[in-house]
Ligand binder design. Structure first.
Ligand code: FES
Ligand SMILES: [Fe+2]
Length: 427
């Protein structure tokens, strides 16, 4: 299927991807193409944490794009991922989020599959009392479940449909490897909880949002009032060469106070800043950082649908599950570590409240995405503007107010989607 034949060919008016055509957020034809070209294409999709399936038969279900998969551990310790849809007539096999099963048995006609997806048995394959049954040419080898190829790193399990996907370490790139090592490989992670958030916006709006530190002290203005995240913070971004994976970070520094004095100028005209507000109970902000490298917030965004986030002492795997062109489910796995004390656990759960869907940050992001989706509904043939932090070549920055990492996302997206080359002239 080429994009032309598919009828979906948005115009990209700027070669540096500082303009994004709004149809990519609304057109159902583009959404279908994304499921095929991205999620079933040469990408590594996040599937699970290894610690979620420690024993033989443990499984979790997840989504690759909008296709549901079962991720399970076999007797020999290997991990498998198969589509959660029977090879007979398509029924869903596993109807639970997680569980333990030594085989996948379809509830409809009891076709039974190994954990690796091979069809093991078909009731009445040879008929009953010499009558009926499958035709002699029926071969169970031809009727397995659709399988994904698996790779793991740092306890994260990834799957791909494509034989062309590069090896996982190369796909992750240097910044992701460094950060996964920093966050997940120095200690043994364990799951301390899950949250889900339904967002009434396109899944790529979330990818933009998480690569957008420009909004952090604007949309989330309460953070500035309470000194949680201020425009004066040091920080920046590091981007892989192809733009697909990004690391944003911020550091609390001694000169934040001076920066706060400049806020009136930075928020000129908005009338929104209320620096006199105080938090009634700041306990959740008074927990010392458990990683002693000074990073207050680090967001590792990996194409197409994964974020490994550290905000203070909250460690989260955020995973996007697209639900059509105008909806996405954000599934968050919160992590602690083996050896955590009760107090550590208490503090992690306390801080989850700051950024989870019940706290301000995720709620505000979800609402902003809903408003974008509503606002661009009728703007056919138009595009957004991404110029904050500079246009032209992609590059790392040592400042936070930038949209360069968003342009990195679109650079890679555009290439994988096989869209026509962007214009060479900037509009
Ligand atoms: S649909 Fe699964 S066995 Fe028939
Ligand atoms: Fe945000």
């Amino acid at each position: 299927m080429n994009t032309q034949a598919h009828g979906a060919q948005p115009v990209w008016p700027a070669a540096d991807f500082s303009r994004v055509p709004y149809e990519v957020f609304t057109d159902p034809r583009i959404y279908r193409l994304e499921m095929e070209r991205l999620f079933r294409g040469p990408v590594w999709n996040y599937l699970a944490m290894e610690c979620e399936i420690p024993q033989w038969g443990d499984y979790v279900t997840n989504w690759v794009g909008d296709t549901q998969v079962i991720v399970s551990r076999s007797r020999d310790g290997s991990i498998h991922a198969v589509e959660n849809s029977c090879a007979h007539r398509g029924a869903r096999l596993a109807d639970k989020v997680r569980g333990n099963a030594r085989r996948h048995v379809c509830p409809y006609h009891l076709w039974t599959y190994s954990l690796s997806g091979d069809l093991a048995s078909v009731p009445f394959e040879k008929g009953h009392k010499g009558k009926g049954g499958m035709p002699p040419c029926f071969d169970k080898k031809d009727h397995g479940l659709r399988k994904l190829r698996i790779a793991t790193h740092g306890g994260l399990v990834f799957g791909t449909y494509s034989d062309d996907t590069e090896p996982l370490p190369a796909y992750l790139g240097p910044h992701s490897l460094t950060q996964i090592d920093r966050l997940l490989m120095q200690r043994t992670p364990k799951v301390i909880g899950y949250l889900r958030q339904k967002i009434a916006g396109n899944w790529k709006l979330y990818n933009e949002n998480v690569r957008d530190p420009y909004h952090a002290s604007l949309l989330h203005l309460f953070q500035v009032s309470f000194g949680i995240q201020t425009p004066a913070m040091k920080g920046g971004i590091k981007l892989d060469k192809d733009g697909k994976n990004t690391w944003n970070h911020s550091i609390l520094s001694d000169d934040d106070a001076q920066g706060l004095r400049d806020l009136d100028r930075d928020y000129a005209g908005s009338g929104k800043l209320m620096p006199d507000l105080q938090m009634h109970d700041p306990a959740m902000l008074e927990v010392p950082l458990d990683l002693q490298d000074g990073y207050k917030t680090t967001l590792l965004s990996m194409f197409p649908s994964l974020v490994v986030a550290q905000v203070d002492n909250t460690y989260a795997i955020r995973h996007l599950r697209p639900k059509g062109p105008d909806a996405v489910e954000l599934h968050i796995t919160y992590l602690g570590f083996e050896g955590d004390t009760d107090e550590d656990l208490h503090n992690r759960l306390l801080q989850v409240n700051l950024i989870g869907p019940a706290g301000y940050i995720s709620m505000e992001d979800g609402e902003a995405l809903r408003l974008v989706q509503l606002g661009l509904k009728t703007r056919h043939g138009e595009h957004s503007v991404l110029e904050m932090g500079g246009t032209g070549e992609l590059h790392d920055t040592d400042y936070l107010s930038q949209e360069i990492s968003i342009r990195g996302f679109w650079t890679h997206y555009h290439q994988l989607m096989g869209f026509e080359p962007a214009a060479t002239e900037k509009v």
